[in-house]
Design a binder for this molecule. Sequence first.
Ligand code: G6P
Length: 607
Amino acid sequence: MCGIFGCLVKDKDVAPLILAGLKRLEYRGYDSCGEATIHEGKLFVKKGVGEIDKVHAELGLDDLPGEIGIGHTRWATHGAPTRENAHPHTDCEGKIAVVHNGIIENFLELRKELEAKGHVFKSKTDTEVVPHLIEEFMKEGLGFQEAVIEAVRKLRGSFALAIIYAGFEGMACVKMESPLVLGVGRDGIYVASDIPAFLPYTNVVIQLKDGDVAFIRPDGFRIYNFIKGREVKRKPRTIDWSADMAEREGYPHFMLKEIHEQPRCLKNTLRLDRRYLTMMADLISSAEEAFMVACGTSYHACLASSYAMSRLAKKAVHPVIASEFVENYGSFVGPRTVLLAVSQSGETADTLEAVRHARERGATILGVTNVLGSKLTRMARVYVCQQSGPEIGVAATKTYTAQLSVLTQLAVIMAERRGKIGHVEAEDLWDWIHKLPDLAESVIEVTEKDIIRLAEEHVGVEKFAFVGSGINLATALEGRLKLLEIAYAPSIATSSLDGVTAGCLGKGSTAIFVCPSSSPDRKRLLDEACMARDHGLNVIALAEEGDEEVKEASDEQLVLPVPPELPEVLSPLPFILPLQMFAYYVSVKRGLNPDKPRNLAKSVTVK
Ligand code: G6P
């Protein structure tokens, strides 16, 4: 996730407006930034590493000349945060500048083709193929607008782009899967990843659709859709959000916004470069001893995937809470050990300490993180960036499901490469993995209303138990952690609720059972649910559509629109979604602020 801002304003230098717009988008990324403008047929570019204020202090981002310009604040996806990798990116002649948010999946192929034709690349980004592609089409004789359309037709993946060219009095904006909105003001036209960026200038908004290419000129704009192959009309709408609400896209809290972003983030995890996952899979497979280390939510992702790795790939990869690692396993770690560290921030002190220790003893370090350029990416031999974009809510949501998706893909690749699953089973698993983003979307959509009602009924409930067995012990632990973190509800998570515990919790408490029909322990879970009811607990069961057995064992059912055929190893992903929302709504109904839980830091970088 990065932030894009561009504008064309009559009789005004736009660089200061772009700078202000980027500041309002800084929450989308802040490892580097830059601007480009056009003035008297020339392209001007400034860019640098670090937060916007720092780069501005060094370079003066607001003094570029010109009434047309684009800007970018980056959250690295391909290529570390360096000046070369910062946007805007330009073509060989320095006449075309591009800013981009998203992932271009086929950039390596395109780059090779372009290099073979003599193009020289300056960065390691996927984005840089775009200005060179446009340049190439223009060399073949196309005008700028036609060249943009031909270029974007060749891209695969997700891309929001703003493009300027020294010989064109205007700007091209492209939307494909990544967000991009136009703002139509009295004196100018704006384009941004998010409405709040231009809200001080206009509240008339055009939401671009996938495939749209908007050509903005001083006298107006037209939109061409490259999927439909024709010009399209998009209706402007006037929005009445306050600037504060707009920053959260109209959601009352970042946490809820991020819960709803999960389908998009999951799609991003399907665009990872398989080569790195395959390298990781092979290194883990050949290790004498393999560990996963992490803290908090990331540890729960490790726990779930260690089940997936042992079940599918028949390889034990021990999940260890990072702070426990050195003391308990440190003495026998060596060159034949592989340590996979999972950390959203890539900066958690305990996780890095385990990594440091293992590295010193010659172990191979692998990493899964959301922050390219973090310490973990510098210490790992191979790492994968989960591409979730910055997470502002202190309680992790979208980064958890993205970790699950990445690690499950790793488990399937390990299983395939170790010959532990047949190709039919592998294909089936991949089909399901590709369905997960849509499945997540419908789970969120279908269950949210029921969860709001349930949360209302639970405002006064004091104690909770979360029960999930096997791989869904991780779901129970993570559901409990969310409720504890943001609603401050004392609660336990367990794989088996016994009579003693149920009796202790007592009447008036609530037990939430995670009951996918694929669970091998289902019968036991249903028996325990009945027992819990006998002890006076209110029992909520999370189950799939059409699950009649669950109805008899519980007081309330949260029915997920998930087919019962969903393989169990994938079930933690849809089943955590209602629990995230439950924690969120209980917190809100209790009058708390889920974005600012007390006593909790997003990442703990000191020991
Ligand atoms: C802290 C936070 C947790 C987070 C954990 C791991 O404990 O309070 O919410 O899950 O760190 O963070 P990481 O960035 O390493 O995934």
